[in-house]
Design a protein around this ligand. Sequence first.
Ligand code: ACM
Length: 544
Amino acid sequence: MDDLLPRPRIADSAPGSFEFAPGAAISGTAELVDAVRLALAVLDLRPAEAGAAVSVEHDAGLGAEAYAIAITSEAVRITAGDRAGAFYAGQTLRQLMPAEAFRSTALPGTSWTVPCGRVEDAPEFSWRGAHMDIARNFLPKREVLRLIDLLALHKLNRLHLHLVDDQGWRVESRAFPRLHEVGSHRAQTTTSFFGEEPTFDGVPHGGYYTLTDLAEIAAYARARAVTVVPEIDVPGHASAILAAYPSLGAKPDETYHVLDRWGISPAILSPLPPTVEFLTTVFDEIIKALGDVPYFHLGGDECVLDDWATSAEISAYQAELGLEAPADLHAWFLRRLADVLAERGIRAVVWDEAFVSGMLRQDTVVMPWRGEAVGRRAAAAGHDVVATPVFPMYFDYAEASSAEEPVGIGDALTVADVAAFAPAPAEWTPEERARMLGAQFQLWSERIPDGRTLDYRAWPRGCAAAEITWTGGPAEPGFLPRLDAHLVRLDAFGVEYRPPAGPRPWQRGGTGWRRHRPGVVPVHDVMKHLDEMTHSADSTRPSM
Ligand code: ACM
């Protein structure tokens, strides 16, 4: 019981063990039986009427996502507060078995034993998330489904899908098909680092999910207690949308292209009513595909407002609304879209620029990527907050400042850094702490071209993120030894994580485009700069 990850609230072992037999019976409340069977799919448990040695029942005394397991040599009795709790009880039992439980099928000769004892468990935070940027580099549906499986086995429960950026639009639109026909691909991709002579790979890149793919992803996630949070990032980061529909731009006569390089672009949507109408239609398509959508992310980050300031039509609209500056119009626009979502019973989520510009609905959730100080201000203003600070939650930073690493945007951000993080700092007031929903790690994908690199960036830092969001953080000192035992499970699953001692020979950066530049962009310097940005008068101006 000592190697469970994330660490349960109580896990006491007793002498003896219980042995599962593949195909054994499980009885109890049907919905909960289904959840346990899914978590323990490798065992192919069969639902039984009643009285099976393995059982699961609802316990109204347990909260959301909570569960308890009592294991004797004769029986495994699970109680759960809800379906997610039952699923997590199954995940805990899977971790108590040999690591073979993480293979795709039961290998003959495995002894599926779990130690006798009891586990009582519940999460500290309700938002335990991962963000996946499929805009910069598209990853096919199978990678999304696989990431959902990996989140689920770590009891992570949110998948934030960054579905559009300057470099690509990633979802079908039946109402506005040029979005996926034109916006979803580019002719080539840059291979150079900031400040270097630009070079390109000369290889077309693209892809998008159909609305039916999105429905499948959401249903697959929901079954595994993961909520998909779609993000349509507006009004900036708009080159792909404007390549498809230039008339929505602040400069409607401009020709836009899906960008083939990284960084912040000045391309911005117009805030005028036709844009709101267009986005409402697109949001509705996505909401309908996803089904149950509690949260919808509007982005709002890194907007260059120059084209708003120089447009007579937009300036006149700003004046008509009684707003003083383009920054106010930025706030107004995001508020307008959050109202559209609220009419559909959905809460908006935004990056912290939208909070700083100061016109949010009270129920809007803020993601303070530029640091703890702006997160605390949002919490003090009564917003629910999800901690997403660059340090230590941007996993596009390399784990070591070393030429052996594959290229990262900067360095260094280690497993220990993530493990030491507490999303709700002790010095915050109880009211501020109560606003902290949890935390999520970001997989910005400029330098994540494929699933193998995604594995390397996500794990084992994602294991530490699971630990601190489940337990509240920081992780206790036994976390790193416990992680070593957990990595054997990831080996069995087939995860190409970054080994604690450093990359394997074939995971190194080499001498080509994948070469890391140690020390060029130190993450702590970036954090200092971003924190200063959140205090500046024009906080919507791009930061890096
Ligand atoms: C962000 O990193 N622009 C949210």
